[in-house]
Ligand binder design. Structure first.
Ligand SMILES: *Cc1c(COP(=O)(O)O)cnc(C)c1O
Length: 422
């Protein structure tokens, strides 16, 4: 069973001030998880997590993670700006982008961030944008093929647009070295949302062996290996959560088996986790506002895919708790829907839930990453507020809800529409 990190009584109190829908984050859970990640990799001197900003681009949460020495993994101009605004700069920025505009390379460099090249042609692009090649530089690897784990979970790097082939990686290192680069990193993201302790150790084994060959054959000094994102969370109640201590230990064993004997025991391990850092510690809180009985049974809520796109986009499962009815039988099969004029605007399809009445508060679980941030404005829907449930039980508004003025703000250069955003 999945239990929300907030009670019905707390939500009834919160909704007196902040109307649904909103995203709520759990400070206590975020802190405990960040501390556990840090402890799991404490064996590695240079270890650093670069939080994938795209997962939850909120400065309050980024700063909270920075207390645990987390940096920021950025992939766009505004993510770089956000990171700078949080005071997170220099080598606390990893710029892991793709199809990158030149001005973004330049901005990442201005902030002192580490640039992670997605493609061999980006060497020239960076040189043009910066006028030089940075001394510290990283390259993204894509081995192609399929990536399979013993439990059958696999992903398909051969189909993904990211990274360089092995040959390109060797060529890139030689070229970068000739152009003055001195400290090198390698990066790969080969499987997403892995709910198994096996993924990172397996990926680490591949990258560590590659790093040894790269350093030996090109003479480039490998300073860090970036295992990127991909550690998943149990969206479904029957799934077992990953154990970060077991994962850290699995990576350590690979490190000692491969890097240490090669004399590379000064290599730092980096991660770029997004989902794992935040998903379970956020939820979307929404109220049931309609019911409809036609060819199927529908419950309409005041949130929609604009607030959480993953079900519509990937058919992703998000668990739902009807607050106050946790112990009632799940004997009603319903579609839980939003109000968009899109038939994929459904948070759940054929889900067995307790009888839902108008006014019931629903908690949609695990929306702390790739939730609010994927939002959009289709149908002219406005984005919700984000709230932080603090450790002392108080609630802090960490992003206000959009107003119509925000939606109309891009018309502010047209005299005849000015009144819309006032
Ligand atoms: C999205 C992304 C991440 C984070 O992925 P999660 O699945 O949220 O852990 C890390 N690195 C890069 C380059 C990404 O694009």
């Amino acid at each position: 069973m999945k239990t929300p990190f907030v009670t019905k009584e707390q939500l009834q109190e919160i909704t007196k001030t902040y109307p649904t829908p909103f995203h709520l984050y759990d400070e206590r859970g975020i802190r405990a998880n960040a501390a556990a990640l840090k402890a799991a990799f404490a064996w590695n001197k240079g270890f650093r997590e670069y939080f994938a900003v795209k997962a939850t681009p909120n400065p309050y949460l980024m700063k909270l993670l920075h207390e645990y020495d987390c940096g920021c993994d950025c992939s766009s101009m505004t993510e770089l700006m956000l990171s700078e605004a949080c005071g997170i700069t220099g080598e606390y920025i990893m710029f892991s982008s793709n199809d990158t505009p030149p001005e973004e390379f330049a901005e990442a460099d201005r902030l002192g961030g580490i640039i992670n090249l997605d493609d061999i042609t980006h060497i020239e692009a960076v040189e043009q944008a910066l006028g030089h090649i940075p001394e510290t530089i990283s390259c993204r690897f894509n081995p192609g093929g399929v990536f399979q784990m013993s439990n059958g979970i696999m992903d398909n790097p051969g189909d993904s647009k990211y990274g360089m082939t092995e040959k390109q990686l060797f060529d890139a290192f030689r070229t970068l070295k000739a152009k003055g680069a001195k400290r090198f990193g390698i990066h790969a993201f080969l499987a997403s949302n892995t709910v198994t302790n096996e993924y990172y150790p397996k990926l680490a084994g591949i990258l560590f062996e590659l790093a040894v060959r790269l350093q030996q054959e090109t003479g480039a000094k490998i300073a860090f290996i970036n295992l990127s994102g991909g550690i998943g969370v149990p969206y479904r109640p029957e799934e077992q959560p990953n154990d970060i201590a077991v994962i850290g230990e699995g990576v350590r064993q690979q490190y000692e088996a491969i890097l240490t004997p090669a004399g590379m025991d000064d290599v730092a391990i980096f991660t770029e986790l997004g989902r794992y850092m935040m998903a379970p510690y956020g939820c979307l809180v929404t109220t049931a506002i309609h019911e409809k009985h036609t060819h199927k049974e529908y419950v309409g809520v005041d949130a929609c895919a604009v607030n959480l796109m993953r079900p519509a986009m990937y058919g992703a499962y998000h668990h739902i708790t009807v607050m106050g009815k946790e112990n009632e039988p799940c004997d009603h099969m319903v579609d839980v829907v939003g109000s968009l004029c899109e038939n994929n605007d459904k948070f759940a399809i054929d889900r067995m839930l307790p009888k839902i009445d108008k006014g019931d508060i629903l908690v949609i679980h695990d929306t702390g990453a790739h939730g609010f941030s994927m939002g959009y404005n289709y149908n002219g829907k406005l984005k919700s507020a984000e709230l932080l449930l603090c450790e002392d039980g108080s609630v802090r508004l960490i992003r206000r809800a959009e107003t119509p003025a925000d939606y109309f703000a891009t018309f502010d250069c047209f005299e005849e529409f000015k009144h819309l955003s006032e």
